[in-house]
Design a protein around this ligand. Structure first.
Ligand code: KE4
Length: 427
């Protein structure tokens, strides 16, 4: 149950916006109840339409790594906007941004700014196809790379056949070019390359999955992807839209010391503004227009307001931030595990850095098949109980929750106390 003002707003919204929301997960459909309409946010807090305060564990689905409305980021946006919001022409800011990204991600020798993670992943795959002259791409079940047609695909019958659409409106012919394998299954990947390696343009992977809940890579899995791509002339693509500068300033690839051929970035890299990146090996990116035959364009790509926000945020991220995020993440993980045990709740908590998921299943969760064993009804009840206690947890079992550096030990302890009650709550 949400506050009366949000309920009224939802009724109005549903008349003019599908489900009343501009992105489906916000509708609370998978947890029940109606969504809280947010009026403002600051630091670790969201404020509902009725003024109620919530400790936020969504953080706009990842970007708000330093909390909401960070003064330095807001100031950068205001200052930039006073100079005009977008010119549709190159600026020095974009050069500084590209040099910064390349310094943080040595695997990105050349990059292009776009306006969303969807655009970044779509363009990266087009570049991989243009570079290799091949059509097939490989993704992993449970990973989400935005809503480009050829990425809304699920495994066809038998994971080694071509994909089938996972959304209405995606032509079967489009889906056929996408092969879907189980996450963390290096054997299936090796088998696929053995049988079809010459057809594969690229492999795209979330190096830590956030989109089926947090699922870390099994030892050797990411290395197998890079090895197979290298051996068969395919392009390895790390989709670090969520993990980039979230798990480390240089993303998951920095944590594991790997260099994919291409990387997609978004969320944190964009400073919480509509700004994302795709890039990688110079030889691949030199295929992109106007240098080469792979076309990609965008009206607001690299606009000065978004880039200024990004540079302000990135300039504040240092080792101390990631140390604090690790400490808070470990505190929350332990607190949730202990609270679940105290209440006899069968859960599995999986975390990497400040990305964490509470699965209502015994676990461990290593792939999509494991994740969907979760009791989503129990999760929904727990989510509602947490919300009533001022804790804003992602409204889906299959999402990552995010901790910001604006959170502190006291807030984490309050969240654990609420979780304790929520586990005990029968409804
Ligand atoms: P956007 O187009 O939403 O900016 O990015 C797509 C995308 C690509 N790759 C990864 C790994 C992502 O997590 C995303 C988007 N993440 C979702 C949350 N799981 C965005 C929230 C939403 O869809 O409302």
């Amino acid at each position: 149950m949400s506050d009366p003002k949000s309920v009224d707003l939802l009724a109005r919204a549903e008349r003019v916006i599908p489900g009343g929301v501009n992105s489906p997960v916000r509708a609370f459909r998978s947890v029940g109840g109606s969504p809280v309409f947010i009026s403002r946010a600051e630091g670790p807090y969201l404020y509902g339409a009725d003024g109620a305060q919530y400790t936020d564990y969504v953080g706009s689905w990842g970007p708000m790594i330093l909390g909401h409305a960070h003064p330095a980021v807001v100031e950068a946006i205001v200052t930039a906007a006073r100079n005009g919001t977008s010119y549709g022409a190159p600026t020095e800011l974009e050069v500084i941004f590209a040099e910064k990204v390349s310094a943080l991600y040595p695997s990105i020798e050349m990059m292009r700014a776009v306006s969303s993670g969807t655009e970044a992943c779509m363009a990266a795959i087009r570049a991989a196809r243009g570079f290799t002259g091949r059509d097939a791409i490989v993704k992993f079940e449970g990973c989400y790379h935005g809503h480009a047609d050829f990425l809304l695909v699920k495994a066809g019958s038998g994971a080694l056949t071509f994909g089938v659409p996972d959304s209405a409106g995606v032509p079967a012919a489009t889906a056929k070019g996408t092969l879907t394998l189980p996450y963390n299954d290096s054997g299936a990947l090796r088998e696929l390359f053995r049988s079809r390696g010459s057809e594969i343009a690229g492999v795209i992977v979330e190096p830590v999955v956030g989109n089926m809940g947090v699922v870390p890579p099994a030892p050797g899995f990411l290395e197998a992807i890079l090895e197979m791509c290298k051996a068969h002339g395919a392009v390895s693509i790390f989709d670090e839209v969520m993990t980039g500068s979230r798990l480390s300033l240089g993303g998951m690839q920095e944590r594991v010391g790997l260099r994919p051929d291409m990387t997609c970035l978004g969320k944190v890299i964009g400073g919480g503004m509509p700004l994302a990146v795709y890039g990688g090996k110079r030889a691949i990116m030199q295929k992109v227009a106007p240098l080469g035959p792979v076309y990609q364009a965008g009206t607001l790509s690299g606009n000065p307001v978004a880039v200024s926000a990004a540079l302000a945020l990135l300039g504040l991220l240092d080792a101390r931030v990631y140390e604090k995020l690790e400490s808070l993440g470990a505190r929350l993980e332990k607190g949730l595990v202990d609270a679940a045990k105290r209440n006899g709740a069968e859960v599995c908590v999986q975390r990497v850095g400040s990305m964490i998921t509470l699965f209502f299943t015994r676990g461990p969760v290593g792939n999509f098949e494991d994740a969907v064993k979760s009791d989503t009804a129990r999760f929904g009840a727990w989510h509602g109980a947490m919300l009533r206690r001022g804790q804003y947890w992602p409204p889906s079992q299959y999402e990552a929750a995010f901790i910001s550096a604006a959170h502190d030990d006291a807030l984490i302890d309050a969240t654990v106390a609420a979780a304790d009650e929520a586990f005990a709550a029968k409804q």
